[in-house]
Design a protein around this ligand. Structure first.
Ligand code: SF4
Length: 247
């Protein structure tokens, strides 16, 4: 079997589907000026089949899938995955099923060691004592598996989500996982997301209507205070703002 090129080699070997070299800085600057639909269309043409969409089943997942569905004439294809920590809300699993039914998407599941094994190794409720370790086991490791053999992944992060995401580029090299990353909704406002969802009648996670602007694992997610940013309800009792998937 041929060996996979190193991340460094792949970083300097960005090419179009036709094989023409692409200057990443030029692409990044170009994509900043494009809308989400154009950016996703570019990624589909450039990277598929080595392109993957990370699905959190929050409202941005709903928007992204609807855009892909329109761009592909209803044949969304493969590459959609989610990290099943076994600690997601029931509403999140229901949203997964609603999106699968509406768009014909097959979501590939990546999961960590069973919870019982984690308890045996590290004790009960690791998320309450060492959330970084818990995220490392239940999110970061499965993410590495999900991105293996992939040249670019698509996330739903937005600059408005939190201060730590305010400088997120639409496209760039993801050093943590060693591949390209596209954030097509980076410059979307909360209002723009909801306008899209409502105008298109897109299925979305009902927890958003129950006061959860940001939704992760059930033990680590609660509604934020009125004056706080959207992600402040995540790990609200810990000095932690990210799960380790976004640098
Ligand atoms: S969000 Fe909480 S429960 Fe989920 S993996 Fe991270 S620490 Fe564990």
């Amino acid at each position: 079997m041929p060996r996979e090129a190193s991340p460094r080699a792949r970083a300097s070997a960005l090419r179009t589907a036709a094989g023409d070299p692409i200057d990443p800085r030029e692409v990044s600057a170009h994509l900043e000026a494009l809308g989400a639909e154009e950016a996703i269309a570019w990624a589909l043409a450039t990277f598929r089949p080595r392109l993957r969409f990370a699905c959190s089943f929050q409202k941005t997942t709903s928007v992204t899938i609807d855009i892909v569905h329109r761009l592909t004439g209803g044949d969304v294809g493969a590459g959609f995955f989610y990290l099943d920590t076994d600690l997601l809300f029931e509403e999140t699993y229901a949203t997964r099923d609603a999106l699968a039914a509406r768009y014909g998407v097959e979501f590939e599941r990546f999961a960590p060691i069973p919870l019982a094994e984690q308890e045996q190794l590290y004790g009960d409720s690791l998320w309450a004592r060492q959330p970084d370790a818990c995220c490392g086991i239940r999110k970061v490791e499965p993410m590495r598996a999900a991105l293996r053999g992939t040249d670019c992944w698509v996330s739903g992060i937005r600059r408005e989500d939190s201060r730590t995401r305010a400088g997120a580029a639409k496209f760039g090299w993801d050093k943590r996982f060693g591949l390209w990353k596209l954030n097509p909704l980076a410059d979307w406002t909360e209002a723009e997301v909801w306008d899209y969802v409502n105008e298109r009648g897109v299925p979305y996670n009902p927890l958003h209507d129950a006061g959860y602007p940001s939704i992760g694992c059930a033990p680590c997610t609660r509604p934020p205070g009125a004056a706080d940013d959207a992600r402040s309800g995540r790990w609200a009792d810990a000095h932690k703002t990210e799960c380790g998937l976004h640098g």
